[in-house]
Design a protein. Structure first.
Length: 232
């Protein structure tokens, strides 16, 4: 029997070990449901789509259509109706608008991409009497309610602008929320202030009052001319 050199036998063993390692690595599949490092890039007109078991699309980012070449974002409800989108659906270079729609397809929140600001909702503008003598008034020297509101609280803070005038010695006026004074000042100087809603709870209806008191032999006229909710 021929004698096989020892170094050749060792080489064969090493080759067998390497083949086993390669076979094991080839059969070991990486996780297909996560990206651990780096970015996922979709280009050349491609898009990312998420679909329900029945096939209805609920999310798409990339080339959305129906206008070819427009890359955008659309989120749909399970019935296929559009809920949120960032697109304009036109071939022009106009900026894409952010839109939120209700279940009936009505646009309830959107931006004005031309002038800036909101397109919807349409916000009311409250007007007050131009003549101070038409404002609510009091001659009482104790705090007296002149205006009251029970808004639905949707912001934790509010901003107010109110004015007051008087004849005679003058007086004071203030804004209260559920009986707590949040802004006050002397007649003749506007109240322009931001304040936290005491005990704020979303959806609650705090009682907001404009109150005034007159000094002896005086009449105070006062009016809230701007009041709205703001973020923290």
């Amino acid at each position: 029997m021929a004698i096989v050199p020892q170094d050749l036998t060792d080489r064969i063993r090493r080759l067998e070990a390497q083949v086993r390692m390669l076979t094991t690595a080839a059969n070991r599949r990486p996780a297909m449901n996560q990206v651990v490092h780096g970015d996922v890039k979709i280009g050349e007109g491609g898009s990312l789509s998420v679909r329900q078991p029945g096939g209805a699309e609920t999310f798409r980012a990339g080339e959305v259509g129906p206008i070819a070449g427009e890359h955008a974002l659309v989120v749909r409800r399970r019935d296929g109706s559009e809920a949120f989108s960032v697109w304009n659906g036109t071939p022009t270079g106009q900026a894409q608008a952010v839109r939120i729609k209700d279940a009936q397809g009505n646009e309830i929140v959107s931006e004005d991409v031309v002038g800036g600001g909101l397109a919807r909702p349409h916000l009311p503008v409250v007007m007050s009497p131009a003549q101070a003598v038409d404002w609510p008034s009091t001659e009482a020297t104790d705090w007296t309610d002149l205006q009251v509101a029970w808004p639905e609280a949707q912001h934790p803070r509010m901003e107010v602008f109110a004015q007051a005038t008087a004849n005679g010695p003058g007086g004071d006026f203030r804004i209260t929320v559920d009986g707590q004074t949040v802004a006050s000042g002397p007649v003749g100087k506007p109240i322009q202030a931001a304040f936290k809603i005491p005990g704020y709870r979303f959806g609650a209806h705090p009682e907001i009052k404009l109150q005034a008191r007159a000094k002896a032999n005086s009449v105070v006229w006062a009016c809230v001319q701007r009041l709205y909710g703001v973020a923290s």
